[in-house]
Write a protein that binds this ligand. Structure first.
Ligand code: ADP
Ligand code: MG
Length: 236
Protein backbone atom coordinates (compact mmCIF):
# COMPACT_ATOMS: atom_id res chain seq x y z
CA UNK A 1 0.00 0.00 0.00
CA UNK A 2 2.77 2.38 0.93
CA UNK A 3 4.51 1.87 -2.38
CA UNK A 4 1.32 2.55 -4.31
CA UNK A 5 0.72 5.71 -2.36
CA UNK A 6 4.22 6.91 -3.06
CA UNK A 7 3.71 6.22 -6.77
CA UNK A 8 0.38 8.02 -6.86
CA UNK A 9 1.96 10.95 -5.09
CA UNK A 10 4.79 11.01 -7.61
CA UNK A 11 2.39 10.98 -10.54
CA UNK A 12 0.51 13.82 -8.95
CA UNK A 13 3.71 15.81 -8.58
CA UNK A 14 4.70 15.13 -12.19
CA UNK A 15 1.37 16.31 -13.56
CA UNK A 16 1.41 19.29 -11.22
CA UNK A 17 4.87 20.22 -12.47
CA UNK A 18 3.93 19.82 -16.10
CA UNK A 19 0.86 21.99 -15.80
CA UNK A 20 2.60 24.64 -13.67
CA UNK A 21 5.54 24.94 -16.01
CA UNK A 22 3.46 25.14 -19.15
CA UNK A 23 1.06 27.60 -17.57
CA UNK A 24 3.73 29.91 -16.25
CA UNK A 25 6.16 29.80 -19.09
CA UNK A 26 3.41 30.70 -21.49
CA UNK A 27 3.16 34.23 -20.07
CA UNK A 28 6.76 35.26 -20.66
CA UNK A 29 6.68 33.59 -24.07
CA UNK A 30 3.61 35.58 -25.04
CA UNK A 31 5.26 38.79 -23.89
CA UNK A 32 8.44 38.10 -25.85
CA UNK A 33 6.41 37.21 -28.94
CA UNK A 34 4.49 40.48 -28.65
CA UNK A 35 7.63 42.57 -28.37
CA UNK A 36 9.35 40.77 -31.24
CA UNK A 37 6.34 41.49 -33.37
CA UNK A 38 6.44 45.15 -32.35
CA UNK A 39 10.09 45.32 -33.36
CA UNK A 40 9.09 44.55 -36.91
CA UNK A 41 8.18 48.19 -37.54
CA UNK A 42 10.19 50.25 -39.99
CA UNK A 43 9.94 53.52 -38.06
CA UNK A 44 10.87 52.15 -34.64
CA UNK A 45 13.17 54.49 -32.72
CA UNK A 46 16.37 53.01 -31.36
CA UNK A 47 15.23 53.84 -27.81
CA UNK A 48 12.08 51.82 -28.27
CA UNK A 49 14.01 49.00 -29.87
CA UNK A 50 16.36 48.92 -26.87
CA UNK A 51 13.43 48.94 -24.47
CA UNK A 52 11.71 46.05 -26.25
CA UNK A 53 14.92 44.05 -26.28
CA UNK A 54 15.46 44.66 -22.59
CA UNK A 55 11.96 43.50 -21.72
CA UNK A 56 12.29 40.45 -23.93
CA UNK A 57 15.56 39.39 -22.33
CA UNK A 58 14.12 39.91 -18.83
CA UNK A 59 11.14 37.76 -19.75
CA UNK A 60 13.34 34.99 -21.11
CA UNK A 61 15.36 35.08 -17.88
CA UNK A 62 12.12 34.77 -15.97
CA UNK A 63 11.01 31.75 -17.98
CA UNK A 64 14.40 30.21 -17.29
CA UNK A 65 14.01 30.82 -13.55
CA UNK A 66 10.58 29.22 -13.54
CA UNK A 67 11.78 26.10 -15.32
CA UNK A 68 14.90 25.78 -13.17
CA UNK A 69 12.96 26.11 -9.94
CA UNK A 70 10.19 23.72 -10.88
CA UNK A 71 12.52 21.08 -12.26
CA UNK A 72 14.19 20.72 -8.86
CA UNK A 73 11.23 18.57 -7.89
CA UNK A 74 11.05 16.59 -11.10
CA UNK A 75 14.03 14.46 -10.11
CA UNK A 76 13.58 11.81 -7.42
CA UNK A 77 15.02 12.85 -4.08
CA UNK A 78 17.91 10.55 -3.14
CA UNK A 79 17.39 8.48 0.00
CA UNK A 80 20.85 9.17 1.27
CA UNK A 81 23.23 11.96 0.50
CA UNK A 82 26.96 12.05 -0.13
CA UNK A 83 29.40 13.97 2.00
CA UNK A 84 30.39 17.25 0.44
CA UNK A 85 32.97 19.90 1.10
CA UNK A 86 31.16 23.13 1.93
CA UNK A 87 34.13 25.31 1.07
CA UNK A 88 34.36 23.91 -2.46
CA UNK A 89 30.63 24.32 -2.99
CA UNK A 90 30.51 27.89 -1.67
CA UNK A 91 33.48 28.96 -3.78
CA UNK A 92 31.81 27.42 -6.81
CA UNK A 93 28.59 29.34 -6.10
CA UNK A 94 30.52 32.59 -5.65
CA UNK A 95 32.18 32.06 -9.03
CA UNK A 96 28.80 31.61 -10.64
CA UNK A 97 27.29 34.80 -9.23
CA UNK A 98 30.37 37.04 -9.65
CA UNK A 99 29.36 38.27 -13.12
CA UNK A 100 25.94 39.31 -11.81
CA UNK A 101 27.53 41.00 -8.78
CA UNK A 102 30.05 42.82 -10.97
CA UNK A 103 27.34 43.99 -13.33
CA UNK A 104 25.62 45.61 -10.35
CA UNK A 105 28.87 46.95 -8.81
CA UNK A 106 28.42 44.79 -5.75
CA UNK A 107 31.38 43.91 -3.59
CA UNK A 108 31.56 40.29 -2.51
CA UNK A 109 33.45 39.25 0.62
CA UNK A 110 33.78 35.81 2.08
CA UNK A 111 35.24 33.96 5.03
CA UNK A 112 34.73 30.28 4.56
CA UNK A 113 36.15 27.38 6.55
CA UNK A 114 36.50 23.77 5.47
CA UNK A 115 33.49 21.80 6.68
CA UNK A 116 31.72 18.65 5.59
CA UNK A 117 27.99 18.10 5.47
CA UNK A 118 25.70 15.59 3.79
CA UNK A 119 23.68 16.78 0.87
CA UNK A 120 23.33 17.09 -2.84
CA UNK A 121 25.76 19.53 -4.46
CA UNK A 122 23.31 20.54 -7.17
CA UNK A 123 20.53 21.24 -4.70
CA UNK A 124 22.92 23.23 -2.54
CA UNK A 125 23.97 25.27 -5.57
CA UNK A 126 20.35 26.05 -6.21
CA UNK A 127 19.79 27.28 -2.65
CA UNK A 128 22.88 29.46 -2.83
CA UNK A 129 21.98 30.82 -6.25
CA UNK A 130 18.39 31.65 -5.29
CA UNK A 131 19.46 33.42 -2.10
CA UNK A 132 22.43 35.35 -3.49
CA UNK A 133 20.39 36.40 -6.53
CA UNK A 134 17.74 37.83 -4.22
CA UNK A 135 20.43 39.62 -2.23
CA UNK A 136 21.92 41.17 -5.35
CA UNK A 137 18.48 42.20 -6.59
CA UNK A 138 17.80 43.90 -3.23
CA UNK A 139 20.91 46.12 -3.39
CA UNK A 140 21.26 49.38 -5.26
CA UNK A 141 24.38 51.45 -4.63
CA UNK A 142 27.33 50.46 -2.40
CA UNK A 143 26.06 46.92 -2.32
CA UNK A 144 28.02 44.43 -0.31
CA UNK A 145 27.38 40.71 -0.18
CA UNK A 146 29.04 38.78 2.64
CA UNK A 147 29.23 35.01 2.74
CA UNK A 148 30.67 33.26 5.75
CA UNK A 149 30.58 30.02 7.66
CA UNK A 150 30.37 29.50 11.40
CA UNK A 151 30.46 26.30 13.43
CA UNK A 152 28.62 25.64 16.64
CA UNK A 153 28.79 22.27 18.41
CA UNK A 154 27.70 19.84 15.72
CA UNK A 155 26.21 22.25 13.20
CA UNK A 156 27.58 24.40 10.44
CA UNK A 157 25.89 27.67 9.54
CA UNK A 158 26.25 29.44 6.23
CA UNK A 159 25.54 33.15 6.66
CA UNK A 160 24.65 35.25 3.64
CA UNK A 161 24.22 38.98 4.28
CA UNK A 162 23.30 41.89 2.07
CA UNK A 163 22.96 45.59 2.84
CA UNK A 164 19.99 46.00 0.57
CA UNK A 165 16.45 47.26 0.92
CA UNK A 166 15.44 44.67 3.51
CA UNK A 167 11.93 43.42 4.25
CA UNK A 168 9.07 44.54 6.45
CA UNK A 169 7.83 42.09 9.08
CA UNK A 170 4.88 41.30 6.88
CA UNK A 171 7.10 40.55 3.88
CA UNK A 172 9.45 38.49 6.02
CA UNK A 173 6.56 36.39 7.30
CA UNK A 174 5.44 35.69 3.74
CA UNK A 175 8.89 34.70 2.52
CA UNK A 176 8.70 31.24 0.95
CA UNK A 177 5.00 31.46 0.21
CA UNK A 178 4.42 30.27 -3.37
CA UNK A 179 4.23 33.21 -5.78
CA UNK A 180 5.01 35.81 -3.11
CA UNK A 181 7.03 38.48 -4.89
CA UNK A 182 7.46 42.23 -4.57
CA UNK A 183 9.14 42.40 -7.99
CA UNK A 184 5.95 42.64 -10.00
CA UNK A 185 6.27 41.17 -13.48
CA UNK A 186 9.99 40.52 -13.02
CA UNK A 187 9.62 38.14 -10.09
CA UNK A 188 8.30 34.62 -9.92
CA UNK A 189 7.92 34.17 -6.17
CA UNK A 190 9.23 30.64 -6.56
CA UNK A 191 12.87 31.02 -5.53
CA UNK A 192 12.38 31.09 -1.78
CA UNK A 193 9.65 28.45 -1.78
CA UNK A 194 12.02 26.07 -3.53
CA UNK A 195 14.87 27.12 -1.26
CA UNK A 196 12.97 26.36 1.95
CA UNK A 197 11.92 23.01 0.50
CA UNK A 198 15.47 22.02 -0.48
CA UNK A 199 16.86 23.01 2.92
CA UNK A 200 14.25 20.78 4.52
CA UNK A 201 15.11 17.87 2.21
CA UNK A 202 18.78 18.21 3.22
CA UNK A 203 17.80 18.24 6.91
CA UNK A 204 18.89 21.83 7.33
CA UNK A 205 17.32 24.89 8.88
CA UNK A 206 16.85 28.26 7.25
CA UNK A 207 16.16 31.40 9.23
CA UNK A 208 16.11 34.96 7.96
CA UNK A 209 16.45 38.31 9.68
CA UNK A 210 15.82 41.57 7.92
CA UNK A 211 15.50 45.28 8.48
CA UNK A 212 14.04 47.76 6.04
CA UNK A 213 16.76 49.91 4.42
CA UNK A 214 19.49 48.04 6.32
CA UNK A 215 19.60 44.59 4.85
CA UNK A 216 18.92 40.94 5.20
CA UNK A 217 20.78 37.91 6.53
CA UNK A 218 20.05 34.30 5.65
CA UNK A 219 21.26 31.62 8.08
CA UNK A 220 21.35 28.13 6.64
CA UNK A 221 22.47 25.47 9.08
CA UNK A 222 23.20 21.79 8.52
CA UNK A 223 24.37 18.99 10.77
CA UNK A 224 28.12 18.47 10.39
CA UNK A 225 29.16 14.92 9.51
CA UNK A 226 31.12 12.85 12.00
CA UNK A 227 34.84 13.12 11.51
CA UNK A 228 35.11 9.45 10.50
CA UNK A 229 32.85 10.19 7.52
CA UNK A 230 35.10 12.92 6.17
CA UNK A 231 36.81 11.59 3.04
CA UNK A 232 40.58 11.43 2.71
CA UNK A 233 42.06 14.06 0.48
CA UNK A 234 43.68 12.88 -2.71
CA UNK A 235 46.89 14.39 -3.99
CA UNK A 236 46.51 14.98 -7.68
P1 ADP B 1 11.36 36.61 -6.60
O1 ADP B 1 12.82 36.85 -6.41
O2 ADP B 1 11.04 36.05 -7.94
O3 ADP B 1 10.52 37.81 -6.24
P2 ADP B 1 11.69 34.86 -4.33
O4 ADP B 1 10.89 33.71 -3.85
O5 ADP B 1 13.11 34.60 -4.66
O6 ADP B 1 10.92 35.44 -5.58
O7 ADP B 1 11.62 36.03 -3.26
C1 ADP B 1 10.35 36.46 -2.82
C2 ADP B 1 10.37 37.88 -2.28
O8 ADP B 1 11.11 37.91 -1.05
C3 ADP B 1 11.06 38.90 -3.16
O9 ADP B 1 10.21 39.40 -4.15
C4 ADP B 1 11.45 39.97 -2.14
O10 ADP B 1 10.35 40.80 -1.83
C5 ADP B 1 11.74 39.16 -0.89
N1 ADP B 1 13.18 38.94 -0.69
C6 ADP B 1 13.85 37.80 -0.86
N2 ADP B 1 15.16 37.95 -0.58
C7 ADP B 1 15.33 39.25 -0.24
C8 ADP B 1 16.47 40.04 0.16
N3 ADP B 1 17.71 39.54 0.24
N4 ADP B 1 16.24 41.34 0.46
C9 ADP B 1 15.00 41.88 0.39
N5 ADP B 1 13.90 41.18 0.02
C10 ADP B 1 14.06 39.89 -0.29
MG1 MG C 1 14.33 35.36 -6.32
Amino acid sequence: IDNKLVKAEKMEIVSYLASSISHEVRNPLAVVRGFLQMMDQVDLSSDKRKEYLKISIAEIDRANDIIRNYLTFAKPIPESFDVMNIKEELLRAINIIMPLANMNSIEVEHKIGTFFIKGDPQLLQQILLNITKNCIEAMKSNGKLIIQTTEESDRLTIEITDNGQGMTEEQLSRLGEPYFTTKGGEGTGLGMMVTFRIVEIMKGKLTVTSKVNEGTTFYISFPLVNSYEVPFEKIS
